[in-house]
Design a protein around this ligand. Structure first.
Ligand SMILES: *[C@@H]1O[C@H](CO)[C@@H](O)[C@H](O)[C@H]1NC(C)=O
Ligand SMILES: *[C@@H]1O[C@H](CO)[C@@H](O)[C@H](O)[C@H]1NC(C)=O
Length: 233
C-alpha cells in the first residue's frame, strides 16, 4: 500500500487550481422539511467528483450533516475549466471525462431527489472507488442503493438515460456549477464554504482552516453562522 505513496501525492497535487466564469445555479434543498421559518446556512463544498481531497471532505461531512441537518442548505459545487473544444461537456475536468460524468450524475441527483437520497448516492459512488465514479454502471447501482427511480424521478433524463452524463440538463447544471465555484472564489478541491466564506481547504493536507477542520469545528462554525443569520446570538 505505502509503496504507492508518491503516486498518491502526485494525484493529490493534481487537484489544483482551475478557473471558470460565472452563471447562476441550483443549490440543494433541505435534509428534511424545515420546522421553522428560520434561515438556513448555505454550506458548499467545492469538489471534483474523482478528487481524493473531495472524498476526504465528503466523508468528514457525512458526520457533520446529521448534527446540523435542519440548519443547513448543503450543496456540492464542481471545480472544472470551461473548454469549448470538449465535445461532450464543454468543460475539462482534472481527472478526465469520467469525472465530468460523475459531476453531472451527482448534480442531477441533487436536483431531482431529496437531500438524503442525493447524499446517499454520493456516498455510494465514493465507496465504489474513486476511479469508478462517473461510470454508468456505478451510477445505476448507486441509484438502486439510494432507491432512485432512474426514469421516473427525472434523474435519468437529466444525466442521459444511458448514464453517460451528457444529458442536456445535466451538462447545463455542470456549467452553472462551474460558474458558482468561480463566484465563490473557489480554486481548489476540496474547499469548505460556510455562509459565503471559505473557511477551510484540503489540498493534500488541511490548509487555511483558521477555526479548525474536525467535525466539531465545522458543526460549531455552522451553528454560529445559523445563530448570526437568525439574530439568535
Ligand atoms: C437553498 O439555497 C437555494 C439557492 O440559494 C435556494 O433557492 C433555496 O431556497 C434554499 N433552500 C432553503 C431550504 O433554504
Ligand atoms: C480542451 O478540450 C480538448 C478536447 O477534449 C482537449 O484536447 C484540450 O486539451 C482541452 N484544453 C484544455 C486547456 O484543457
Amino acid at each position: 500500500m505505502f509503496s504507492s505513496a508518491s503516486g498518491i501525492l502526485l494525484i493529490l497535487s493534481l487537484c489544483l487550481v482551475m478557473i471558470a466564469s460565472a452563471t447562476p445555479t441550483d443549490v440543494q434543498q433541505s435534509w428534511s422539511t424545515p420546522s421553522t421559518n428560520r434561515l438556513r446556512v448555505p454550506v458548499t463544498l467545492g469538489v471534483m467528483s474523482r478528487c481524493p481531497d473531495a472524498l476526504l471532505c465528503e466523508t468528514l461531512f457525512d458526520n457533520v450533516i446529521p448534527r446540523v441537518a435542519e440548519k443547513i442548505n448543503l450543496s456540492l459545487a464542481y471545480v472544472a475549466k470551461f473548454n469549448e473544444s470538449d465535445p461532450d461537456f464543454g468543460v475539462t475536468c482534472m481527472h478526465g471525462p469520467g469525472e465530468c460524468a460523475g459531476d453531472v450524475q451527482q448534480l442531477c441527483v441533487a436536483k431531482h431527489t431529496p437531500m438524503r437520497t442525493w447524499w446517499e448516492f454520493v456516498m455510494c459512488q465514493n465507496y465504489q472507488g474513486r476511479n469508478q465514479i462517473g461510470e454508468p454502471n456505478v451510477a445505476f447501482k448507486c441509484a438502486r442503493t439510494a432507491k432512485i427511480d432512474w426514469e421516473g424521478s427525472g434523474v435519468g433524463q437529466c444525466v442521459g438515460l444511458d448514464g453517460s452524463g451528457t444529458g442536456y440538463e445535466g451538462v447545463r447544471l455542470l456549467h452553472d456549477s462551474v460558474g458558482v465555484v468561480k463566484s465563490l472564489g473557489i480554486t481548489k478541491s476540496c474547499s469548505v464554504v460556510i455562509d459565503g466564506e471559505k473557511v477551510c481547504v484540503h489540498d493534500g493536507t488541511w490548509k487555511d482552516c483558521e477555526n479548525g477542520h474536525q467535525v466539531k469545528d465545522f458543526v460549531n462554525q455552522i451553528e454560529a453562522a445559523y445563530d448570526r443569520l437568525n439574530g439568535l446570538s
